[in-house]
Design a protein around this ligand. Structure first.
Ligand code: AVJ
Length: 309
């Protein structure tokens, strides 16, 4: 933190469902599932950082290049003294690019935990998939601007995207604007390799859920009897991630016994991909109109600047 910068931390104490409850609930469903938010324990987050540097996983470097290429144009749209409210990890290089280009931003509000060089940093611990209120923000009243990079919006079902953007709109208030990263539909080969990288980082990231179950819930999962399974479902416009059981087996977890059939799939994540008009249509249903959209020359990824109304 630079000299003179202030850091405020507001813990809204989100009542996060325990890992145990989420696992037992998910494995109790038909078909079985484990929610993707469970990926991000310390090891999972570290694996994801590695995935971001994998040659096949173009998303992070492409979005970063777009932000670097158009930072001044984006800062022009945002204007001076904004309050930048970022949902999710603020640790990435991306917000750094934005903050360096912005004109005297008034505050940066990472809704998770991050570090920044601003006059004011207001960190808020909250579950942003649910509505929450912001604490009073310091500095002169500037525009509230949302920042949601990384195509994490792709994890929401399309109908939930409208709900989520609607909640975000309320959080930003009248005249609020937002910058959001959205991965684009493309050649299935490119998508399939992005989620099945040669180094096996996506597989380790996915199967880390089973490692967590053994460590945290006293599971007796034999990891050699399960496999990473990810593919692009063109009809649904999404990459689907599963953990596949390689045999008929019974596994003990948290004192319970779960039966898995050979080839049974446990769903762990959807990552929706959009064509630009498709995403704009969803944003419009949430009350946002498209001000500008930037892509890379190969149109692999898109960054959208949206305005309410
Ligand atoms: C962080 C949700 C954007 O869906 O591409 C990476 C997570 N899943 N490899 C994505 C992820 C498998 C990533 N997001």
């Amino acid at each position: 933190m630079p000299p003179g910068a202030n850091l405020a931390f507001h813990d809204l104490a989100p009542d996060d469902e325990s890992f145990r409850d989420a696992v037992l609930a998910g494995l109790g469903r038909r078909p079985k599932e484990l929610p993707c938010k469970l990926f991000y324990d310390a090891h999972g987050s570290a694996l994801f950082e590695q995935i971001c540097d994998a040659p096949e996983y173009y998303l992070t470097r492409t979005e970063t290049a777009i932000l670097e290429a158009y930072a001044d144009e984006i800062a022009g749209h945002i204007g001076p003294h904004c309050r930048l409210i970022e949902l999710g990890s603020g640790a990435s290089r991306k917000v750094r690019i934005l903050l360096d280009a912005l004109d005297r931003p008034a505050a940066y509000v990472p809704v998770d935990i991050s570090r920044e060089r601003l006059r004011e940093v207001v960190a808020v611990c909250a579950d942003y998939t649910r509505p929450f209120g912001l604490p009073p923000l310091p500095g002169r009243p500037g525009k509230r601007v949302g920042f949601f990079p990384g195509s994490t919006i792709g994890n929401f079902e399309p109908e939930a995207v409208v709900q989520f953007l609607g909640n975000y709109a309320k959080l930003l208030g009248h005249g609020g604007e937002m910058l959001i990263g959205v991965d684009l539909k493309k050649d299935p080969k490119v998508l399939n390799s992005a989620y099945n990288d040669a180094a096996g980082l996506n597989a380790a990231f996915n199967l880390n859920l089973l490692v967590r179950i053994n460590r945290e819930l006293g599971g007796d999962v034999d990891l050699d009897r399960f496999q990473h399974h990810a593919f692009y479902n063109e009809a649904e416009g999404r990459v689907e991630l599963y953990i596949k059981s390689l045999a008929d087996q019974i596994v003990g977890i948290a004192g319970r016994r779960f039966r898995f059939a050979a080839d049974e799939l446990i769903h762990t994540e959807n990552s929706y991909k959009y064509a630009i008009p498709e995403f704009r249509a969803l944003a419009a249903r949430a009350g946002f109109s498209a001000v500008e959209t930037w892509t890379d020359p190969a149109e692999l990824f898109s960054v959208h600047y949206l305005r309410q109304g």
